[in-house]
Ligand binder design. Structure first.
Ligand code: SF4
Length: 354
């Protein structure tokens, strides 16, 4: 499986071929990804044959489209049975791919379908990067309606907590930025507040964007929604975000999933405002995408409006992100939840354990 091999070591797949063949293969995998090895036209037939049925480190189990052809969602299946979800969202001038970094997640946020299903394993760098390559190849072959024919942005906001799988996520970033050549500023890494990972990311050479999923502005409420908050409370997360801002000169964005009657109060908006002000952060608001195992519901439009108006009154900029693909279970973990309805036992791992 060529995507599971370090891009500098692809020659090991074909030890009897001249070295330029590895360069050609790397170009097909990273610069001009294609859906099938048959399309790697400058490789000899025997090389194409050898990798044709193992080009991708997963099979495509489900492919769904929504929003008039501008949203695609894939459920990939790894050979060991683990599910990997990716969502492609097209806009007139950009295509954003949301990728997964773990199969499942150990952090158990109460409103999240992935968290409700527990943790299976970390994804390898090649499995993370292959989601990018697959979407790129798909776009080149079949651009989304009214959208560019190439990938412009990547967000690590799919299944899993990226900074709990730091070394592998780091290597996937290296491949995207240094091998494929996508600008680091086009990449957003999200976290629910894995403070050691935030501090490490601040030391990396890339100008990626960091998005902190806050969801609540006091420790009591946040700990009830995001159990990791008991380990890294809001003040520590804010301090790490401030260090990232200082190191990179890039503002950290704050993500807030609005849950009806839970975190959509004016009181929460008033507690959030000074945090956003200190970090000079923009707040991205999204109404909850309901999940099968939780009674939580999305905030009603009037509560969303009053929450955002209060932020605005207090001088904080916020944007309401529209839920993409509601008819295709587009929130992370939902496609998997539908494909494996009987699973859901939460297996825990330590943060950062490799
Ligand atoms: S919101 Fe993110 S960190 Fe929390 S359980 Fe879901 S995938 Fe894990």
């Amino acid at each position: 499986m060529p995507y599971l091999i370090d891009p500098d070591d692809l020659g090991s797949l074909f030890p009897n071929e001249p070295s330029y063949r590895a360069d050609q293969l790397r170009s097909w995998l990273y610069e001009h990804p294609v859906l099938s090895a048959d399309q790697m036209t400058n490789l000899p037939a025997h090389m194409r044959d050898e990798i044709s049925d193992k080009l991708w480190p997963f099979s495509v189990e489900t492919e769904q489209t929504a929003d008039n052809g501008t949203t695609m969602k894939w459920l990939f299946r790894a050979p060991d049975g683990n599910a990997i979800e990716a969502v492609l969202m097209g806009y007139p001038k950009r295509n954003t791919l949301c990728i997964s970094s773990q199969a499942g997640c150990a952090l158990g946020c109460t409103f999240c379908a992935t968290g409700q299903f527990g943790f299976d394993r970390h994804l390898e760098p090649g499995e993370i990067y292959a989601q990018v390559a697959y979407a790129s190849a798909y776009l080149a072959a079949s651009p989304l309606e009214g959208c560019p024919d190439h990938l412009t942005n990547i967000v690590y906001m799919g299944m899993g907590e990226p900074l709990a799988n730091y070394a592998r996520v780091r290597e996937s970033l290296r491949r995207i930025i240094e091998v494929r050549g996508l600008g680091a500023r086009s990449i957003t890494v999200s976290t629910v507040g894995v403070v050691p990972g935030m501090l490490r990311l601040a030391e990396e050479p890339w100008q990626v964007t960091l998005a902190v999923s806050l969801h609540a502005a006091d420790d009591e409420l946040r700990s009830s929604l995001v159990p990791l908050n008991k380990r890294y409370p809001i003040a520590e997360v804010e301090a790490a975000a401030a260090k990232f801002f200082d190191a990179k000169g890039r503002r950290v964005s704050l993500e807030w999933t609005l849950i009806d009657g839970v975190n959509d109060t004016l009181e929460q908006a008033r507690k959030l405002a000074p945090i956003a002000e200190r970090l000079q952060s923009h707040v991205n608001v999204i109404a909850l995408n309901p999940t099968p195992l939780s009674p939580d519901r999305p905030s009603r439009p009037e509560r969303i409006e009053s929450f955002m108006s209060e932020l605005n009154r207090l001088g904080v900029n916020s944007t309401l992100r529209h839920m993409r693909g509601q008819d295709i279970d587009a929130a992370c973990g939902q496609l998997r939840a539908r494909s494996e309805p009987k699973r859901g036992s939460a297996q825990r791992v330590e943060i950062g354990k490799r």
